[in-house]
Design a protein. Sequence first.
Length: 461
Amino acid sequence: MLFMETDELQEYLNALGRSDNYRVDAVLSDAPHERTERVFYVGNNGSELGPFIRKTIATDSGQGRTYEKIFRAQHEGKRFVHMPRIFECYVADSSLVVLLEYVEGETLQDYVGERGASYELALRIFPPICDAVSELHKAFDPPLIHRDLTPANIVVSPGGITIIDLSIARTFQPDATKDTTYFGTRAYAPPEQFGFGQTDVRSDVYTLGKVLAFCAGANGDEGRSVPDSCIARVVQRATELDPEKRFQSVEALKAAFLDALASARPAEQPPSIAPKPAACSASEALPALQPVFQPIPQPAPQPAPQPGAAPISVSQQQGGARVTKQALASQVKSTAQKKPIRAKGFFSRIPLGVGVAWDVILLLVWLLFFAASNAVIVSPTGEVAQHPLWFLIVEYYGVIVLPITVLVYYLFDLRPLRKLFPKAKFLPRRKTWPFAILIVFVLIVATIAIGTLSGVVASPS
């Protein structure tokens, strides 16, 4: 039988119970070995901080080890301008749990989709993307290789470029001949990422070549049919199948890109997007406390636990430090003072119980209007009885039931529904309320117009 000291048992329980402090706002992706969620930290009084990104990665998948290195580096004082901060990194139930900063902005995929791929867009956006990837390569020795630099993993915001989703990133191993695991998005991954050699910085150069082609408006899966010839030559060299024929670093790729543009169109200068503000040091970004970190266990034979045995502590398995829920809350609040993190609207600032009570009241009001409207339709009295049934349905649903339904949705506290249905996607209300008002107005006007044109309602003389 295995035994644990009191502190070790408490540490193990803390690791298991930390997830209870978070409300899942949305499930962003759910793969066999990894789950990504947008979450909010819930205080004892029901108030919330966030949003944050939480990744849960199976430790036996071989993924997520880069988060361990970046988290440790942040606490040692390294600065990262183009990567999200990591607030938590610990192992529980054979999974690595990583809590990251939620980066406001839009993915490069959406950014290009809304504005359209073009020479001008590539000129503006590609140099800062190269700077972001160079930071990842230069921050560690040996360098970290992202291995999945797709447009979906690059976030564009007014503050600059952020590289996200480092789950399959790896450290370059000088003595290795090939990668032990093969991941990546097929349309962007180089040949060596599928067993033809070991990935290195030139693998990210290949992927960046595909990203450049995407920004410049390439047609086809190969990513080389770029309309602009000067960009096409840079893309062609960056995406050579042989790594020796590619640019040997991201800096060389960026320089070749700028040189090609300067020689082809010397009058144009890249109007780069605003750079992100300099990252604060780890001591400023993450207040002084014991790191919430436990290294990922390396695969090794483990004795099978005996029936009824006490669980092996996290400190016995990984040697991690113990951090309480109160310490995490203090860390999150202190960091929020350094860099405010927006909550998702008014309801996130009130206790969940109050929001549930509010929802019940709204539902009762809606049911009252719904029942009254249907009662009039089924059993009309007075002047209303003179109207045909079809018009009563149009009138009471178009003027009362549907507008009240829209109003209730926009006043509803969606937190209980998101908790019950974490995978459901709800209509965003902040950006769509003008459209909702327009719908209500159109319904009312259309009902009046139908009644007048059909002769059911007398037109004003």
